[in-house]
Design a protein around this ligand. Sequence first.
Ligand code: GLU
Length: 508
Amino acid sequence: MTNKIRVRFAPSPTGPLHIGGVRTALYNYLFAKKNNGDFILRIEDTDQTRFVPDAENYIIESLEWCGLKFDEGVHIGGSHAPYRQSERKEIYKKYADFLIEKGYAYYAFDTSEQLETIRKQYESGKSTFFYNSETRLKLINSLTIAEDEVKQKIESGEKYVIRIKIPENEQIIVNDQIRGTVVFESSILDDKVLFKSDGMPTYHLANVVDDYLMKISHVIRGEEWLPSAPLHVLLYRYLGWEKEMPQFAHLPLLLKPDGNGKLSKRDGDRLGFPVFPLQWIDPFSKEISSGYRESGYFPEAFINMLAFLGWNPGTEQEIFSLEDLIQSFTIERVGKSGSKFDPEKAKWFNHQYIQKKDEKTLASLFSLVLIEKNISVSLGYIEAVCVLMKERINFVSELWEKASFFFIAPTSYDSKLIKDKWKDNSSQILILFSEMLNKLETFNSTSIDTNINEFLTANQIGKGQLMPLLRLSLVGNSTGPDITQIITIIGKKEVIKRINSCIAIIAN
Ligand code: GLU
């Protein structure tokens, strides 16, 4: 029997979740659901110095907004609880002790000040200091001092860390589902700290121990963790868990739109688009970073867009619901090279999803904007506006920018349009037109169209004379959709009223 697929999303609550993090969560989710597996949320908060209040809630809320549901996790519990590493503190020490006992790890007593001094010395000699096989025997650790002295130091409460003892001249192989076999020379690794003086494990130890205890079958995470993978492979080996070691898949980086470097949290709104799923207010500086949700993106569009940053279905199809993505997703179709983030494409996706929304949904969203503006009209009226306008917008919020004239009559008129189009006979034409309109019994776009044409012929007026005047009266400028549609929606009475005010204001 093959083991159950179990994957985890394991963010550190050091701030808001970046869209790259959401993509990692998404790929984990898709992979799990495609394979009837479990999707787990684990909070990796072992670095208390980087802890940011509210970050955990933010992460949970973001993924909920995206529609990614967990099977187990910090917020819902599960059979491998607790899912917050700080609450699992007691679990890790024995594994660190085991590694020491087996000679795979050692106690190190060097203070941060001592290490800093050494680091500086190396720097002034134009080299970089690593705590590794070359230097470890010159430093203060259980490899260089006598056993009873080590014991005595520990018993007297002296601070120590536990470091892994990286083997010399060994090739460590990481089998990656995206990158194939990646070989690392052990000489490039340093003796990373596994356990810290504050009694907490570091990311590396906690991550491996928890993946093992939580029976994680696949570790799907960002490429930035690939350099840590050989260390994790060694830990699995040293802890005797090589057989249970999960499969690794390191996802390609998300790059800035120009392809120059990783899209980082610091890019914030600097590049003109959000890098966070939801708005984030920094608890310390109170600085606000915008979010996709608040910018008017539909979660389905956001997810669809993210899915394509690193994966493709191998067909021309671009619009995928979450369910479609689950069906189509495979790790084999995740690329190796970084994906450039394209803000225009993000808008395009939202545009596509707006087209798929029915008028009821759009109208109920838009009505919230209208309520704020103290405008009360029937839902049917709002729906008609939405049907007409949706192909012209990427966001519901643009409805107000582009269609406010449906709700408030213009009070000022575009001076350039007046200069170009308002002639001596303009008032006359508009009056004749409104008289014609007033007599119309059937008031729909077809009848209006026919009657406009008949009106133009009968009065020998050119289309180019009438239309700009109507647009001026109804919209106030030269923007907006087809004039017949505008007339149909606004209605006879309001059209005539607007024509009269336009004449009154411009002609006088
Ligand atoms: N806590 C790590 C992070 O913040 C998790 C890396 C991993 O998935 O192993 O990204």
